[in-house]
Design a protein around this ligand. Structure first.
Ligand code: F6R
Length: 615
């Protein structure tokens, strides 16, 4: 998703902005640009594709002394929404060679604003929604307003979800920044200030961060920072001290962040588990805060991989706690009239804590009178701050676009919510809870053993790397996992992939089966395996290339499968209860290795963003 960065009051501001943009690369982008003020001159540089293109251009101009790296600069990584990927549409967008703006989000009423501005003589050089902002600034500055007043007038007329930063040659010592739904962090320095889409992008410059709240805008100078709320009252926002290691992100010797993050799972999962237990071994989840003083039903909303975690959470909470759970896509929930009959709470799940759809679902839940809880990975993110109660996954920064370690960490939290509710409402006894604790202790080693399947998964990847399409099947807990496996494969390998409930095949999708189509099933002995295997048999009879990843007993039953991968031997009940966490590993490894074989951009797949801050 688009990222913005700005620096004021520090030498070589453009270079520092570029460093910040590098830290936002993981969010996904397809062009980049910077703008700075050199006395009364606006300097603008843009490039399509990777940031290295911009850096090369910048270095060349610096070496020729054709670009002056001054003390004020803004920068942007663009993830195209309105208008294709081109230099014209890349940010910063300018007006009159005097104002430059970088923007994350969408200006919903840009078409009517653009029409008016064109009738007033403004010339548009891009097809973006953003370009109305610099032209509006020019218009208000020409009317005699100062920079702050002009910014206020701009905010009065634009509608949508946005975070933008503006500079103007007429106010060379000022930045105007505004936030409405899209995140903005301001970093406080010594006689200098910084702005970024997240704290990580400016953590190399300062550890003192202020998060703007929705509707806030600010005038930022070297030594002053004036923040206003939506009603234009001057406000103080809390300064948060971010971790000193937040900016230290590296691949730790792995070729890709995704691989590093997959292999971190055995060591980071205990951190999430540990944070959810008190010293006396009781579960550290406050069910009153979760809205469960009494038994009622629960809605869970999320997007993408977090949505599939929610589906698995539903299966656990219903099985372990006998509590009805409704799972909704965040982008759907907020645009329909959900019934809250018998409900007291909504749970949202988000790795980034910034997905706009999920944030809006949380706000909508609040409007409907529900207690809001969030499972988030990024502490201090908007969803974390706005939820009544937060449960943090301790996965650490996840950089690869494809979620891996945050997914399994979300599952841990959901599993312990289920256990906690089951205990409170007497659906499980103390013995069972103790057993579950033992299983959780066994989990890191079990995950490490699952990662040892890598060589077999590489061999499998070579078999399916040229397939046009892949189908994943699963029943019970393995059904949402089949959906997740398909999402993972399609998003990074670009192979068309779909997940289906095994029993659903005969109701339609079986028509897709043709000779050689890979049909992959994750399966463990859970009491329903015979049913799943007969579904697989149906695909086999129609020519599918059947692949089974499962325990020994299941592999024996599915002897007709063309490829069989046996998972390590594990206690039956443990395996059955925690199967989605265990089986997530081969699903992730498969997506990774198919993509590696195909040579795609694994960490930053095309068209995708890590933090989806638009609708
Ligand atoms: C897939 C993936 C996405 C995210 C989705 C929600 O690997 O990462 O589908 O899960 O965009 O993001 P968060 O969890 O940040 O709200």
């Amino acid at each position: 998703m688009c990222g913005v960065v700005a620096v004021i009051g520090k030498a070589e501001a453009s270079s520092l902005v570029i460093e910040g943009l590098k830290k936002l690369e993981y969010r996904g982008y397809d062009s980049a640009g910077i703008a700075s003020l050199d006395k009364k001159k606006l300097q603008v540089l843009k490039s399509e594709g990777k940031l290295t293109n911009l850096v090369n251009q910048f270095d060349l101009l610096i070496s020729k002394k054709s670009y002056n790296d001054t003390e004020i600069a803004i920068g942007h990584t663009r993830w195209a929404t309105h208008g294709n990927v081109s230099i014209e549409n890349a940010h910063p967008l300018t007006s009159d060679n005097k104002v430059a703006v970088v923007h994350n989000g969408i200006i919903e009423n840009y078409a009517s604003l653009k029409k008016t501005l064109i009738s007033e003589g403004y010339v548009f050089s891009s097809v973006t929604d953003t370009e109305v902002i610099p032209h509006l600034f020019t218009k208000y500055i020409k009317q005699g307003n100062d920079f702050l007043e002009s910014g206020k007038l701009v905010l009065k007329v634009i509608k949508g979800a946005f975070a933008f930063i503006a500079i103007s040659v007429d106010f060379p010592d000022q930045l105007f920044v505004s936030r409405n739904s899209s995140p903005i962090a301001i970093g406080i320095g010594d006689k200098c200030n910084f702005i970024g889409s997240d704290a990580q992008s400016i953590a190399h410059l300062t550890k003192r961060i202020i998060y703007l709240e929705d509707g806030d805008y600010a005038l930022v100078k070297n030594e002053t920072l004036d923040i206003f709320d939506a009603q234009s009252n001057i406000v103080d926002r809390q300064i948060i001290h971010v971790n000193s290691d937040i900016g230290l992100i590296n691949k730790g010797g792995y070729k890709h962040f995704m691989k590093k993050e997959m292999f971190e799972q055995p060591s980071i999962i205990p951190q999430t588990i540990g944070s959810l237990f008190n010293e006396d071994q009781s579960i550290n989840i406050n069910l009153d805060k979760l809205g469960f003083t009494n038994k009622s039903s629960l809605t869970i909303c999320a997007a993408g991989t977090s949505f599939y975690a929610a589906l698995i959470g539903k299966y656990w909470i219903e099985q372990i706690a006998d509590i009805p759970v409704l799972v909704d896509l965040a982008s759907e929930y907020r645009y329909r009239k959900p019934s809250v009959f018998g409900q007291t709470s909504i749970l949202v799940i988000s790795q980034s804590g910034e997905s706009l759809d999920t944030l809006m679902a949380l706000r909508y839940g609040k409007e409907l009178g529900l207690t809001t809880t969030a499972i988030v990975n990024v502490t201090g993110s908007t969803i974390d701050r706005e939820a009544d109660y937060s449960l943090h996954t301790k996965a650490g920064p996840e950089i690869a676009v494809a979620s891996t370690k945050s997914f399994t960490s979300q599952l841990i939290v959901l599993f312990l919510i289920a256990v906690s509710l089951g205990k409170k409402f007497n659906n499980i006894d103390a013995n069972k809870v103790n057993k579950i604790k033992q299983y959780l202790n066994m989990l890191p080693l079990a995950l490490a053993n699952m990662l040892k399947l890598e060589d077999q998964i590489i061999a499998l990847s070579q078999q399916i790397k040229n397939s046009k399409s892949v189908i994943f099947l699963g029943r019970g807990y393995m059904y949402p996992l089949a959906l997740e496996a398909a999402l993972k494969l399609k998003e990074i390998s670009y192979i068309h992939a779909e997940g289906f409930a095994a029993g659903e095949m005969k109701h339609g999708p079986i028509a897709l089966i043709e000779d050689g189509l890979p049909v992959i099933m994750f399966i463990i002995s859970d009491g329903y395996e015979d049913k799943s295997i007969s579904n697989l048999q149906e695909a086999h009879s129609r020519g599918a290339k059947v692949i089974v990843i499962g325990d020994e007993a299941c592999l024996k039953k599915a002897s007709f499968a063309e490829i069989k991968i046996k998972i390590p031997d594990i206690d039956d009940e443990f395996k059955s209860l925690l199967s989605p966490i265990l089986m997530a590993i081969p699903a992730q490894l498969l997506a990774y290795h198919v993509s590696r074989e195909r040579g795609t951009d694994i960490d930053q797949p095309r068209n995708l963003a890590k933090s989806v801050t638009v609708e």
